[in-house]
Ligand binder design. Structure first.
Ligand code: SF4
Length: 381
């Protein structure tokens, strides 16, 4: 007998409902009478689910579902990696997520710094980093990446009173402003956005209303089960067809219009928005989450003299210049447009950040066999 969790999973993976949604998606997309119809999701978890469940086989060939800047590790900018590497090489102990170790900076990654003798700890999250700081006497810097969902956890730890030897180097980023940038990119053909359900759990779906009105583009908030994604896409294509640039929530079991107000209060008590670069994309006004003055005592940027200039004397590895991560995250290229994909750049030897993270498009496409035309394979079988 299945558990409640099994039953929930079956409910969201029901083949009959999936077939009905697949049919609706095909009918709605074809009714638009043009190809391709391009929509973007802004979340590595959506790309993972699409690849893992082979959902592209269910999309009509006229529908191009591309991934945008939804991988927090990938969009961490080179100077931010340089700050962490410089701190580590200066002898400050750094803790961060495993994915962040291999993301290239100007000349080195944190893994390179560790190989050179720096103390770099891998942790699962900010709470574990704070616990580690409690067990040692030396300073510990948590190199924090992630979007607003993860930043709430960082805020909670800082509000709870971390140990005095603990500080945060924030590379946290805020998703709504980068959607503005992507929508305005020259050459962008995106006609609608599938927004990430987990981020909207915090911010609420109302956060996208101004964006939809300003850019006259529909936004649909969707969850991560196969049926969530299919249902979200069906609704998105319907809104494109009817010319309704508004926000719809197809993930009501988790997301409300207002979001999690207690989490938002924590987030904005600790962080404020600043402009900053997202790797390979652009300067994003209000795209970075930085610690407020009240939390300066836990801000690694104000606590340490970080000498990044020493790293800039080194030329970046030659292959890095060919990396197209930025264009991929902006939705104007795919991993197959990169001559290094699967050849000089693999998960074992990544050249760019998109091949490092489990949420990076290149890594996901490499892991799940690139971007096969599953429809064709199915017809041949
Ligand atoms: Fe960059 Fe590697 Fe992706 Fe090419 S395959 S865009 S080098 S991460």
């Amino acid at each position: 007998m299945g558990t409640t969790s099994d039953v929930q999973h079956l409910k969201f993976r029901d083949p009959e409902r999936a077939a009905a949604l697949e049919h609706a998606l095909e009918v709605q997309t074809r009714a638009l009478g043009r190809t391709p119809v391009t929509v973007m999701h802004v979340c590595g978890s959506h790309e993972q689910a699409i690849a893992r469940f082979g959902l592209r086989a269910a999309f009509p060939p006229e529908l191009d579902v591309i991934m945008g800047p939804g991988c927090p590790v990938c969009v961490t900018d080179v100077p931010e990696i340089d700050e962490a590497v410089a701190l580590a090489l200066q002898g400050v102990r750094v803790a961060t997520y495993g994915d962040m170790l291999r993301v290239p900076g100007t000349a080195k990654s944190l893994a390179d710094a560790r190989a050179a003798g720096a103390r770099v700890d891998v942790v699962y999250g900010v709470a574990q980093a704070a616990e580690l700081a409690r067990t040692i006497s030396e300073p510990l810097v948590f190199f924090a990446s992630g979007f607003e969902t993860t930043a709430v956890a960082t805020a909670a730890v800082l509000l709870a009173g971390p140990p005095p030897n603990f500080s945060v180097l924030s590379a946290h980023k805020y998703i709504p402003p980068v959607m503005e940038i992507v929508a305005e990119m020259p050459g962008s053909t995106v006609e609608g956005f599938l927004a990430a359900g987990h981020a909207a759990t915090i911010t609420g779906w109302g956060v996208f209303e101004r964006f939809a009105a300003r850019h006259q583009l529909p936004v649909v908030v969707a969850g991560f089960e196969p049926l969530d994604i299919l249902a979200g896409l069906v609704r998105l294509v319907e809104l494109i067809a009817s010319g309704e640039p508004r926000v719809e929530n197809t993930f009501p079991r988790c997301v409300t219009r207002e979001g999690n107000l207690a989490a938002q209060e924590r987030l904005w008590k600790v962080f404020e928005l600043q402009g900053g670069r997202w790797r390979g994309i652009a300067h994003v006004p209000n795209g970075n989450l930085r610690l407020r003055d009240e939390f300066a005592a836990w801000d690694a940027r104000r606590r340490f003299e970080i000498d990044v200039a020493a790293l800039w004397d080194h030329a970046p590895p030659a292959l890095v210049a060919q990396c197209q991560c930025g264009d991929i995250m902006a939705g104007i290229a795919s991993p197959h447009d990169c001559p290094l994909f699967g050849e000089a750049c693999t998960p074992d030897a990544p050249v760019g950040a998109c091949m490092v993270s489990a949420e990076g498009t290149c890594k996901i496409w490499h892991q799940y066999g690139g971007h096969p035309d599953l429809r064709q394979l199915r017809r041949r079988a």
